[in-house]
Design a protein around this ligand. Sequence first.
Ligand code: NAP
Length: 253
Amino acid sequence: MTETAFIRVLLYVWLGVAGATAVALLFISAPYGRHRRRGWGPELPARLGWLLMEAPAPLLYLSLFLASPRTVEPVNLVFCALWLLHYLYRAFIYPFLIRDRGKTMPVAVMGMAVLFNLVNAYTNSRWLNALGPPREAAWLSDPRFIVGCLLFLLGLLTHLRADARLRSLRRDGGTGYAIPRGGLFRWVSCPNYLGEIAQWSGWALLTWSLPGLVFAVWTAANLVPRALSHHRWYRDTFPDYPTNRRAVFPGIL
Ligand SMILES: NC(=O)c1ccc[n+]([C@@H]2O[C@H](COP(=O)([O-])OP(=O)(O)OC[C@H]3O[C@@H](n4cnc5c(N)ncnc54)[C@H](OP(=O)(O)O)[C@@H]3O)[C@@H](O)[C@H]2O)c1
């Protein structure tokens, strides 16, 4: 089997796993953060967990890009820059900003996220930089690329701002929870997830590729059920939680 055929098969199987995961996550919330609970095996510091689980995504994407035949193509350079823009933040900055005072996460959660990141980085980097159709520089002025880029950057800005607003709730150095207010929190409980979903939907559009689409579907499969769990948790925990707020999509869900 050629590598191209292998990636196609992998992506269709991966898409099926995303669907099953979304259904499972509607009933069992991933056991980290506020949904952390006993019974998921050994644990490690959450900060280290974030670093270890996210670092494979930029490292693998970049290694495959540097070893590819398309390193000097402008479009591939832009793809790589956008990927790294997100993952340098998520893997190497975000873990050092979180205010968690020694909280832990199960090694199993970290392991599943490593697998997720390895598959995404491998399929996206190999497809875009070597196996998929080459993109001429004219792609940079294609409406799909332009709209996708805007969505990607808007999504990135949205989750950066939401992350910062959540951090500000722990200025006192504690690890408890408060009702987040202001910005997109006026309309949804999880604007960070909304931003992340927008960002990878933008990636699917700007790369116009099957690996990009599958990654966007996976992001929604992870984050929509988690947003519903967070939203339920907020409503159960805070009697004065704003009733007009939705979980993740303003006015819809
Ligand atoms: N692409 C994907 O499939 C994917 C999957 C998972 C996560 N992510 C991204 O990774 C990022 C982090 O995810 P997450 O699930 O950890 O997000 P989260 O539950 O919203 O938590 C983000 C941070 O804010 C803290 N926090 C949340 N709500 C708070 C509140 N009401 N009061 C005080 N502190 C609060 C959390 O503390 P605690 O940890 O102590 O709860 C954590 O440090 C998000 O931007 C998400 O989009 C992406």
